[in-house]
Design a protein around this ligand. Structure first.
Ligand code: NAI
Length: 513
């Protein structure tokens, strides 16, 4: 058993960081900024001192930009001591290792620390993919081994995943959680499962765009623009994976896919594999989905041209749900808007077009099943009041005139339109529903709670809204229906709804109050 822990580390407690690479240096800076004395150790001689020099140069830039005072910089740097000998960590009460991502090497460092540090010292690992349970196995006090997963760059990114393995003592996890909180971070508790929360729940963000590209729904620039301009994400999947590096992103997907015994929800993409095979690793290789280089112009999103015709009016038939915000925006833009009750309720009529929010069916399928003429499906937006672009798709028998009337009407309200081929669930909607589906399974399996999942995705990967809160807003019955339609139309297990979404949908429940 591990000795009793307090839940807070006093500010004069020595924190040790092992590994003076990108993450270790950043974590040392965070601990020192919070006021702790910090020892930074790396087994490459001089590496720790060099990392502190680099940190000083970065802090100098912050001082020059007025973001930090010279006194604050000096205080941070004075608290960090570089050491080249692991024995120097003897007085630490919290050690965070951020060394090479290798199970055997990390285990051997933990074994050494058992002999160096006192028995009540917490041994935390910044691993992003290794099992905390495995790291702790065979140690004298496995209860004190806990994951403390920072995100890159550690001084800026708020999220810290506090990862408990099978043997992790709840006091150790609570101490790490409270410490991260005191350091100004947003900690979330999670269990040691593949990908923890973020690297698991984020997979569909990449996977759905890759799938849409593979199915020639549109091109990279258009799909990226939709995720930004309609979805409110900072970047689309193609520009983001170009930035992360396809070798890194593809490897994470493969490792999660393998770790979940080949669950098709995590299936890697052949399109991304091909980039890796070609060495087109993204920005660092000057080529990924996009080309980079001084003279290279980035491609523009495909946008349907607006006509010179006067925009048609809009009739909202029955309760149009999320689209009611769009209807208000059209009215504010001077479009004549009427409300009517009708048998095909829940749709808009714009000119000769019938406009409906995607429910996961193909446009051609829905047109046939509901006997709708000139059906135009519309994608989800984070906020229909703010969106500057929306995706639409049309049924096989929808006229070009009807599509044009929708485009002209939306243009009047400042909304550009990108038309996708007839794919089910369009782009933003299916991505958000799949993110929520994965988040729901993480909650169902006790990997985190709903607040933890949403916090992790907002502060670990900057999502504009937690996927579970977003699913609440869409309505869990609709999310369930959309996933069920995708599962049916593709005939694939990948889109099976989480039991928790199904259960909450049937109960009329929500993830958040
Ligand atoms: P890095 O390669 O930049 O730095 C690793 C440092 O550890 C090197 O300076 C190396 O000399 C040192 N090192 C290696 N073996 C050592 C040993 N036995 N004893 C002492 N020092 C040793 O790596 P990076 O990117 O900083 O990653 C470190 C850890 O953080 C890994 O576990 C990684 O999975 C995790 N991580 C990385 C993130 C990233 O975006 N780079 C994000 C979150 C976690």
């Amino acid at each position: 058993m591990m000795p009793e822990q307090t839940h807070t580390l006093s500010i004069d407690t020595l924190v040790a960081v092992i590994g003076a690479g990108a993450m270790g240096a950043g974590i040392a800076q965070v601990a020192a900024q919070a006021g702790h004395p910090v020892k930074l150790y790396d087994n490459r001689e001089g590496a720790a001192a060099q990392a502190i020099d680099t940190m000083a140069a970065q802090l100098n830039k912050l001082v020059a930009r007025g973001k930090l005072t010279a006194e604050q910089r000096d205080a941070v740097l004075s608290r960090i001591t570089p050491v080249d000998d692991i024995e120097a960590l003897v007085d630490a009460k919290l050690v965070i290792e951020a060394i090479i991502e290798n199970l055997d090497v990390k285990r051997s460092v933990l074994a050494t620390l058992e002999d160096v540090c006192s028995d009540d010292c917490i041994l935390a690992s910044n691993t992003s993919s290794l099992s905390i349970t495995s790291l702790a196995a065979g140690r004298r006090y496995p209860g004190r081994i806990v994951g403390m997963h920072f995100f890159n760059p550690a001084p800026i990114m708020k999220l810290v995943e506090v990862v408990s393995g099978l043997a992790t003592d709840s006091n150790a996890a609570s101490t790490v959680y409270d410490t991260a909180l005191n350091w100004g971070k947003k900690p979330v508790h999670t269990r040691s499962t593949p990908g923890f929360i973020v690297n698991r729940v984020a997979r569909p963000f990449y996977a759905e765009s890759l799938r849409l590209l593979q199915e020639q729904a549109s091109d990279c620039a258009t799909l990226d623009a939709l995720m930004r301009d309609a979805g409110g994400f900072r970047m689309g999947a193609f520009e983001l994976t170009d930035l992360i590096g396809h070798d890194v992103n593809y490897a994470v997907t493969c490792s999660v896919f393998t770790a979940y015994y080949g669950d098709f929800r995590f299936q890697p993409s052949l399109i991304q594999k091909e980039l890796v095979d070609a060495g087109y690793l993204g920005r660092k290789a000057s080529r990924g989905f996009y080309h980079y280089g001084e003279a290279t112009e980035q491609p523009l999103a495909l946008t349907v041209t607006v006509s010179s015709d006067t925009p048609s009016g809009c009739v909202a038939l029955g309760d149009v749900g999320l689209l009611s915000v769009l209807v208000q925006r059209l009215a504010q833009a001077g479009i004549s808007v009427d409300q009517e009750s009708a048998s095909d309720a829940g749709v808009l009529r714009i000119g000769t077009a019938t406009v409906a929010l995607t429910d996961g069916r193909l446009a051609c399928q829905r047109a046939l099943e509901e006997g709708l003429t000139n059906l135009v499906l519309i994608d989800l937006a984070l906020d229909y009041n703010q969106a500057s672009r929306l995706a639409i798709s049309r049924a096989h028998n929808t006229s070009t005139d009807a599509v044009q009337q929708v485009v002209d009407c939306l243009a009047q309200a400042g909304i550009q339109v990108s038309e996708l081929t007839d794919v089910p669930g369009l782009a933003v909607m299916r991505t958000v529903c799949m993110l929520a589906n994965e988040g729901a399974d993480a909650v169902l399996q006790g990997v985190g709670d709903a607040i933890g999942v949403d916090t992790a995705m907002c502060f670990g990967v900057n999502y504009p809204r937690g996927p579970l809160r977003w699913a609440d807003q869409i309505g869990l019955a609709k999310v369930d229906q959309l996933l069920t339609c995708l599962q049916a139309v593709y005939g694939e297990d990948r889109y099976r709804p989480s039991l928790l979404i199904r259960r909450l949908a049937l109960q009329g429940g929500r993830f958040h109050d």
